[in-house]
Write a protein that binds this ligand. Structure first.
Ligand code: SF4
Length: 347
């Protein structure tokens, strides 16, 4: 049977594997063994050495273990960043970025191939959405990069290409899988979901009990301008977004991170900083200023160091907690969606 017609064991829950075992009249404890093998690392059914040969053969008739394939890898030595270009089974390209910190390896994963959200500064928006990634494809990004580096991933950030809350069910599936004690047992405190501001799904996520960190791309404190930079703002106003953030912070007791990419002459003026301070003063949040990675849209220029510092000062003087993120990985096109779009163009 062709691989494409086989079902992927990787991504299945324990209950689903128990169902397979039951259907085939194998002893019930085989489910535990199969489940253990599937999530132990990147393996094949043939390597399930504690299963009798006939069970392995029968399993192989209908199932396989599929992972994403590493197509290319780009290292930025200075910042210890590695960008992976990965291929799905149906030949789509997605990216994952590995960031090495003193406290461990953090992986920025993609939740969709492409993206429908059309944020003006983002390369992922260029080709639109190709399709949602499954929970297994999101988890596979963790497994293949761990296998490649030989080191465990300690933090996952859903900030690669795609909007995780536009792929809500699979995102929830991924969060359950990656935090399962039999897979990667990752603490929900070490997982961040990043959204461009889908307010109704932020409320759903708060109510789901997922308990992960939430990061929201804000990029302007003005409704009209935000609509121009991020079309999602036409559907969910700043007011609705702030209410959803407040709800999330109260319900989960987590501090929200507001991402603010500083674009020279566009959203980095003192008026923007003052309005941002006003907008966020009663929200349990941290404002993360990101000097924009210019390569993502050459027509837009990132703010200079002086402007970034002045912008931050206005906020801190008003008791807003601020961090300034270094633009990791700029020399390897590590901005969201950039590597993938370059590859499709044959750059
Ligand atoms: S910034 Fe995120 S939400 Fe916006 S287009 Fe890019 S991938 Fe999509």
């Amino acid at each position: 049977m062709d691989n494409i017609h086989k079902k992927n064991l990787f991504g299945m829950s324990k209950a689903e594997i128990e169902e397979i075992v039951k259907k085939n009249n194998w002893q019930a404890y085989r489910a535990e063994q199969i489940y253990g093998w599937v999530y132990q690392g990147i393996g094949q059914i043939d390597a399930m050495s504690n299963l009798p040969g006939h069970i392995r053969e029968e399993l192989k008739q209908q199932y396989d273990i599929f992972h994403l394939q590493i197509i290319e890898k780009f290292e930025e030595k200075k910042t210890k960043t590695t960008k992976y270009l990965l291929r799905t089974e149906d030949d789509l390209l997605i990216e994952a970025v590995l960031l090495r910190y003193k406290h461990g390896n953090s992986l920025c994963i993609s939740s969709q191939a492409g993206c429908n959200m059309a944020c003006v500064f983002c390369a992922s928006a260029i080709g639109g959405l190709q399709r949602n990634l499954s929970a297994a494809e999101m988890l596979s990004q963790v497994y293949v990069t761990e296998e490649d580096t030989g080191k465990k991933i300690s933090n996952v950030v859903m900030m690669g290409s795609g909007e995780p809350l536009d792929n809500y069910e699979n995102t929830i599936g991924f969060l359950e899988l990656v935090s399962d004690k039999n897979t990667r047992n990752l603490s929900k405190r070490n997982i961040t979901v990043s959204t461009c501001g889908i307010a109704d799904k932020i409320v759903l996520l708060a109510d789901s009990g997922a308990g992960v960190n939430l990061s929201v791309s804000l990029h302007s404190p003005f409704q009209e301008q935000r609509e121009k930079i991020m079309p999602v703002a036409r559907k969910f106003s700043l007011k609705e977004l702030m209410e959803a953030c407040r709800y999330y912070a109260e319900k989960t007791k987590r501090r929200i991170t507001l991402e603010y990419a500083l674009i020279s002459g566009v959203n980095d003026t003192p008026e923007h900083a003052l309005a941002l301070a006003q907008l966020t003063k009663t929200l349990h949040c941290l404002v993360n200023l990101i000097p924009m990675n210019e390569a993502s849209r050459p027509s837009l220029k990132g703010s200079g160091e002086k402007n970034v510092a002045a912008f931050a000062e206005i906020l801190t003087k008003r008791q807003i907690t601020v961090t300034i993120r270094r633009t990791l990985g700029s020399s390897i096109n590590a901005a969201c969606g950039q590597l993938r779009s370059g590859f499709y163009k044959g750059d």
